[in-house]
Design a protein around this ligand. Structure first.
Ligand code: NAD
Ligand code: 022
Ligand code: ZN
Length: 375
């Protein structure tokens, strides 16, 4: 069938909005009409050419929401008409990783997903007979896409697509890092580095679980108001503190004279390895945990003195907020519908597919928290 898509033909070039061909779902696959999609940093990372695993030509996008319009043979968990969110981290519930209960990183379709193809090794997308790659198993920059059954979360039908698409990446990543990865307890003291679309969701996750002190750190002074909007209690601009950021933050977390200071939990939401070190070192001796969420440039390395870890600080990473997509994403949609979390104010821009290159410009300029494309 013919579908409308934004195609990335080459690294560093704008997307081209055009008609492409999509084949129907094969065994274990579903055809989804995408109703809305967010535009996220990793789409730009790949489009820019900086992603060493980036494949072209490709249909990018991994933060969508839509409706199942057809299912292939053997599909049992969803049916025509179901509302779904595509999952770049699938949940097969059968692979050793899913069965371990220790990780959300399902391995069932990992190899083919990284190669930009469906689990059977072929692509469903083409243009004039030329193959187009899938992206992160999702390719939501098209008004229809094909997904493995294990890579869709069925959600309630009254949830608005143009808001809950953000749960497909940013919301779940931020809130999930607090709940699933750090397991933050009520009364905790936390520091969030980088108050973009991810950091703000970490902040609202911390508010949700009842953290006492939520310190936001950002070099952009405009982020103070954004952080406060979602529960931040203190703001620190590193440019106003100078070289002594870590001792400054440690001191800020002292609420009693006899405390040594340091956060119970810190979160890197910048992808900057220098910030990752600051985040670890701002943790409390003996128990502080630092969660890396930001994706660093290819080849980057982190460092600190082993003493930091020997004295009990913990460095952890979080992918998709440690969330098991088919199980956890529908719950986060419920929390949004119940008013437990906010999404609407973070979606600063909404536009049609024809304007998608403007969404990338806004993201590069740091002018948007989230842009959403509505089909
Ligand atoms: P963003 O660009 O909107 O936000 C980053 C923020 O960090 C900005 O406000 C910027 O001013 C601030 N910042 C930059 N340098 C800083 C410094 N030295 N100190 C303090 N603040 C600084 O990005 P985003 O959409 O919020 O994404 C953040 C990161 O999370 C990205 O690296 C993204 O790729 C990653 N991410 C990871 C996952 C995952 O599953 N691990 C999922 C989604 C996004
Ligand atoms: C989403 N991300 C950044 C912005 N929006 C993002 C990028 C990468 C990951 C998660 C979120 C990630 C962390 C760990 C992995 N990935 C590896 C997972 C594994 O090996 O099982 C990751 C994921 C998907 C892809 C590449 C890397 C892909 O589909 N190409 C989850
Ligand atoms: Zn993303």
């Amino acid at each position: 069938m013919d579908v409308r898509a934004a195609v990335a033909f080459e690294a560093g070039k704008p997307l081209e909005v055009t008609t492409v061909q999509l084949e129907g779902p094969r065994a274990g696959e579903v055809l989804v009409e995408i109703k809305a999609t967010g535009v996220c940093h990793t789409d730009e990372f790949t489009l820019s050419g900086a992603d060493p695993e980036g494949l072209f030509p490709v249909i990018l996008g991994h933060e969508g929401a839509g409706v199942v319009v057809d299912v292939g043979p053997g599909v049992t968990s969803v049916k025509k008409g179901d509302h779904v969110i595509p999952l770049y981290t699938p949940e097969c519930r059968q692979c050793p990783s899913c069965l371990s209960r220790k990780t959300n990183l399902c391995t069932a379709i990992r190899a083919t997903q990284g190669q930009g193809v469906m689990p059977d090794g072929t692509s469903r997308f083409s243009i004039e007979g030329r193959k187009l790659h899938h992206y992160m198993g999702c390719s939501t920059f098209a008004n229809f896409t094909v997904l493995p059954e294990i890579a869709v979360a069925k959600i309630r039908e009254d949830a608005p697509f143009d808001k809950v698409c953000y749960i497909g990446c940013g919301v779940t990543t931020g809130i999930g890092a607090v709940i699933n990865t750090a397991k933050v307890e009520p009364g905790a003291k936390a520091i969030v580095f980088g108050l973009g679309g991810i950091g703000l969701n970490v902040i609202q996750g911390l508010r949700l679980v009842g953290a006492d002190m939520i310190i936001g750190v950002d070099v952009n002074p405009a982020k103070k108001a954004w952080g406060e909007r979602f529960g931040m209690t203190h703001f620190v601009n590193p440019n106003e503190v100078g070289d002594d950021l870590v001792p400054y933050l440690v001191n800020l977390t002292k609420t009693r004279e006899d405390q040594i200071g340091g956060a119970d939990y810190t979160f890197d939401c910048t992808g900057n390895v220098k910030v990752m070190r600051q985040a670890l070192e701002a943790c409390h001796r003996g128990w502080g945990q630092s969660i890396i969420i930001g994706v660093a440039p290819a080849g980057a390395e982190i460092s600190t003195r082993p003493f930091q870890l020997v004295t009990g600080r913990v460095w952890k990473g979080s992918a998709f907020g440690g969330a098991r997509g088919r199980t956890d994403v529908p719950k986060i949609v419920d929390w949004y519908m119940q008013g437990k979390i906010e999404i609407d104010p973070m979606i600063t821009h909404t536009m049609p597919l024809s304007d998608i290159n403007r969404a990338f410009e806004l993201m590069r300029a740091g002018e948007s928290i989230r842009s959403v494309i509505v089909y």
